[in-house]
Design a protein around this ligand. Sequence first.
Ligand code: APR
Ligand code: ZN
Length: 265
Amino acid sequence: MGSSIQQATNDLMNSRYAIALSGAGISTESGIPDFRGPKGIWTTDREAEAKAYQRYELFLRDPKSYWEEMLGSKGTYGGFYDEVRKGKPNPGHYALAELEKLGVIKCVITQNIDGLHEKAGSKNVVEYHGGVHKLRCASCGTRFGFEEISLENLPPRCKCGGAIKYDVVHFKEPIPSDVVERAEEESLKCDLMLICGTSAVVYPFASLPRMAKLGGHRASIKVVEINAESTPLTYEGISDYLIQGKTGEILPEIVKGIKLIVNSR
Ligand code: APR
Ligand code: ZN
């Protein structure tokens, strides 16, 4: 086992309250493209990125057109959501679920909208950017299962009269306050943060590792990155070390190491 994987295994075993953060990189091995990697959605289609930045304004201005775009056929962004909904967890997701079962990590705060952490068995998941399996009333914040709401008449309306949108948090859309509170509470509480598969360039999510570094355990906190490439967290020394490689390979190695220690006690 590589030395940095060994180090992460020991650091996790010595932690009292470890949490994991994840980004699109953990889902690429499920066939869901990331955004800024070499074959990322934004890397390969700048127009799609520009449209994504307009999406929330479109919803506010014309929720019916928002839905017509979001329910588009294959190839449109709506088609991407259909693909994402069908996604399957990979060994990286299962490893994080296993670490939660072993009591080693307490929660996962994910930027991903694919719901793959829950599908893999993780129970304590904060979906920081919402998810494609849920809808949310833009006025009162009530959330609904995707199947619960008829899309016969667009936009679907909440009992409060508000227009309902995807629970997905679009660019320039505020992160729902219940999610912000939970994510900040966990980041300030943790004494180890395992950051898996994110370029750490999108705020406010990218402020969570900095918050952890300055949080309650500032002296002893460990911030560990598992990523295919270095990120600003690496360059700025926010992370103590980077384990460079695939989350679907590294995380199962860490689980193996932890089980060896637990079973030898
Ligand atoms: N294992 C480890 N790292 C990987 C893997 C993998 N199998 N595949 C890709 N990566 C790395 C990429 O090199 C990149 O550094 O994961 C990172 C993914 O970064 P992004 O594509 O920017 O995804 P993310 O950080 O989740 O984006 C944040 O941006 O577009 C918005 O809302 C969207 O939630 C998303 C947010
Ligand atoms: Zn409502």
